[in-house]
Ligand binder design. Structure first.
Ligand code: ADP
Length: 476
């Protein structure tokens, strides 16, 4: 029966060798002859082709190592005693009362070659990754030193300079250095996190002092923009905690500087609440709320990914690398917590996070374990509702807010402080978003002359805009 199949076997792409219980080859198909470079395989011993083949106690043939799903990886020897790798299987058959063995084998050289290439590529990739992390760490360290040097010198020059024009230029240089400094620090943190090399430094500190420091970092910019600022630390929040003060501060600073950056009217609120306690560990909840431009639902998903800014115009308008929030997320997760965002376009955003943190204990002190005692008000956009009234054109709140912004704007135009003028203009644009077409086009004209830093045109556009606002109000 087997004999009848020889012709079919000669068409096979696999090598097929049939041998008897003594190991004598009775048939080798055309493929086997070709690959093994024999004119005839019959009457050879199977061990000449596969020296690693074994005979079991029962007289069966097998490989030294057991077969895997795809067969056993073996070396097949050619007539000239060179060898190549194959995947081979042995099956036992009974043919007309005779016990025979069929060995089928496929050339494995190409698969091995690709597997080897893949392994090499993987190794190269890993070492390139390490080199990249090392390179980023070295370059950012090297950049930090000259930037700090320039910053220090610019600040000294600012103290010595009386000429307002030169003061203005020095202020721009100082801002540039600060921005560079922040970007360098972000890249350094990002590469450390990427390489798993960032560690938390936990020490005892006074939480309220940290919150005061955070406030002092941002309050000037917030009030300069004419925004309100409120901070509330609820009384159950412990005085002293043990944690990484620097990293908690970094997350809060990032949230607050974004809130300030993306808010032109209204207010910024910060809230710290204790939400649970387990022995000497407490869960703290931090929220930063703003009444700024907000973020659409689909963009909220992108927020915590690296290098992600809501759209490319954000970079042109507000700067930044889009790394800040991704770093915050990873830092908060290292502290056993999570970050959350709630936001609505043109209404505002609530960024919050919770962390588990230790509290120092006096010897013998018994601590509560209470997972539900503290009711937290989960951040919702309702908290920002009252401010959104000022966004509705024509309301009393809107009128008041517009007046405030306009008086600040004219002051900036008079002083030719164009950077600040643009900031107030952004607020005015938002406050008149729902205004009649004529007012909106006058506000656009004013905005353009402010952007062009054209004093005469800005003054003219301001007067026209203020007049038409008054007229609009008297018509109402
Ligand atoms: P960047 O360093 O560029 O500010 P972040 O990771 O801190 O990067 O923020 C990423 C993006 O998320 C910002 O560019 C902005 O588009 C959006 N975003 C963050 N916070 C706010 C906010 N409070 N209001 C509106 N948009 C925000």
């Amino acid at each position: 029966m087997i004999q009848d199949s020889f012709e079919t076997m000669n068409l096979a792409l696999e090598m097929i060798l049939i041998f008897d219980t003594s190991g004598r080859i009775m048939f080798g198909n055309t493929r086997a002859q070709k690959l093994l470079e024999y004119d005839q395989l019959e009457d050879l011993q199977i061990q000449e082709i596969f020296p690693d083949i074994l005979v079991t106690e029962d007289g069966d043939f097998t490989w030294k190592e057991s077969e895997q799903d795809l067969g056993s990886e073996q070396n097949a020897y050619r007539k000239n005693k060179t060898c190549f790798s194959v995947l081979a299987r042995i099956s036992k058959v009974n043919s007309e009362g005779q016990r025979l063995y069929i060995c089928m084998a496929v050339d494995n050289t190409i698969q091995n070659y690709f597997a080897h290439r893949a392994q090499m590529a993987d190794e190269q990739n890993q070492s390139a990754q390490q080199m990249k992390s090392q390179f980023v760490a070295t370059v950012t360290h090297e950049l930090r030193t000259p930037v700090n040097g320039i910053l220090g010198n610019v600040q000294t020059l600012m103290g010595m300079e009386n000429d307002p024009a030169k003061q203005g230029l020095l202020a721009l240089m100082e801002r540039g250095c600060r921005d560079m400094h922040a970007i360098i620090n972000n890249i350094l943190d990002f590469s450390k996190l990427d390489a798993g090399k960032l560690e938390l430094d936990e020490k005892e500190f006074v939480l309220r002092d940290l919150m005061d420091y955070i406030k002092s970092n941002h309050i000037n910019k917030i009030t300069d923009k004419g925004l309100g600022f409120f901070m509330n630390i609820s009384p159950e929040v412990p005085e002293k905690v043990i944690g990484d003060e620097l990293r908690i501060g970094q997350v809060l600073n990032n949230f607050l500087s974004n809130a300030t950056k993306f808010t032109a009217t209204g207010k910024i609120m910060v809230e710290v609440v204790k939400t649970a306690q387990m022995g000497d560990r407490v869960e703290l909840f931090f929220m930063v709320m703003d009444t700024g431009i907000g973020i659409s639902k689909e963009n909220q998903d992108k927020l915590f990914k690296s290098f992600s800014q809501v759209d490319s115009s954000t970079f042109r308008k507000y700067g930044g690398t889009g790394l800040g929030l991704s770093i915050c997320k990873q830092l908060v997760e290292m502290m056993g917590g999570n970050v959350h965002v709630e936001s609505e376009e043109n209404k505002g955003s609530v960024f919050s996070f919770h962390i588990w943190i230790k509290v120092p204990t006096e010897e013998g002190e018994v601590l509560d374990t209470d997972m539900h005692a503290y009711q937290v008000q989960i951040p919702t956009m309702d908290m920002l509702e009252d401010t959104s009234k000022s966004m509705q054109y024509g309301t009393e709140e809107n009128r008041e807010e517009l007046q405030k912004k306009l008086s600040k704007l004219i002051l900036c135009i008079e002083m030719k402080n164009w950077e600040k003028a643009e900031m107030f203009m952004e607020g005015i644009r938002q406050l008149t978003n729902e205004a009649p077409r004529e007012i909106k086009s006058l506000s656009l004209r004013l905005k353009m002359s402010v952007q062009k830093e054209d004093y005469e045109k800005a003054l003219e556009a301001y007067n026209l805009f203020a007049e038409s606002l008054e007229k609009g109000e008297s018509i109402e």
